[in-house]
Write a protein that binds this ligand. Structure first.
Ligand code: SAM
Length: 194
């Protein structure tokens, strides 16, 4: 399935994921490690984890050594192909462009970074429901959202809409605001209801 993220080289995939000017593979990797550090405190070595919208594994590469199995889901198959290259040598990564093969109630943790702004809100609501059904009771998740006060070619999320979308499935543990101009993000730590 192609959703407009088809890339022709690893470098092009990197430039599409990180749109900052002058991004190099080293900087891309450094930022991935920085984002992974926000997730690692919630993880344990026995865990089955899902990276939703994994891209080429910018973050996953730094998460995999700390967990049992890491599912990297991205509906853009070319991202999965480049992800295998970017994360070579990590044998507990499973690349998926569909979520069907993950059993219900099986995940210990789910995270998603820099992804929901590419998904229209109605589709996102269906994705959150799907994600929730894949998680074990009381499993935690860390979801990262972009909200915008300017015109951008992305979907903007508000804290109010996001809270309403999560509450049927999760209790909310923490909402963290992350102000980095010109884009503003917030991250929500959730716990699957029993
Ligand atoms: C900016 S990249 C972020 C990749 C990765 N999470 C990271 O932080 O490096 C956004 C990713 O979202 C994926 N994506 C787009 N639509 C999606 C959808 N409906 N569900 C899941 N992922 C999607 C794209 O293929 C792309 O790899």
């Amino acid at each position: 399935m192609s959703i407009g993220w088809k890339s022709f080289s690893l470098e092009e995939a990197i430039a599409k994921i990180d749109t900052a000017e002058g991004v190099t593979a080293e900087l891309f990797d450094e930022k991935g490690e920085g984002d992974a550090k926000k997730i690692l405190p919630y993880l344990r070595p026995y865990m089955a984890v899902l990276d939703f919208g994994a891209g080429i594994g910018r973050i996953a590469k730094h998460i995999a050594p700390s967990v049992d199995i890491l599912f990297c889901y991205d509906p853009e198959t070319s991202m999965c192909v480049y992800g295998r290259k970017w994360c070579h040598g990590l044998d507990n990564l499973v690349w998926l462009w569909k979520l069907d093969s993950i059993p219900e109630n099986s995940l210990d943790f789910v995270y998603s970074f820099l992804t929901f702004q590419h998904i229209p809100f109605d589709d996102y609501m269906l994705d959150i429901k799907k994600i929730a059904y894949l998680m074990k009771s009381k499993a935690e998740g860390l979801f990262h959202y972009l909200y915008l006060d300017k015109e951008y070619p992305y979907h903007s999320y508000t804290v109010k809409n996001v809270v309403a979308s999560l509450l049927p499935f999760f209790s909310l543990q923490k909402i963290m605001l992350d102000d980095c101009e010109p884009n503003r993000f917030f991250t929500v730590l959730v716990k699957r209801r029993g």
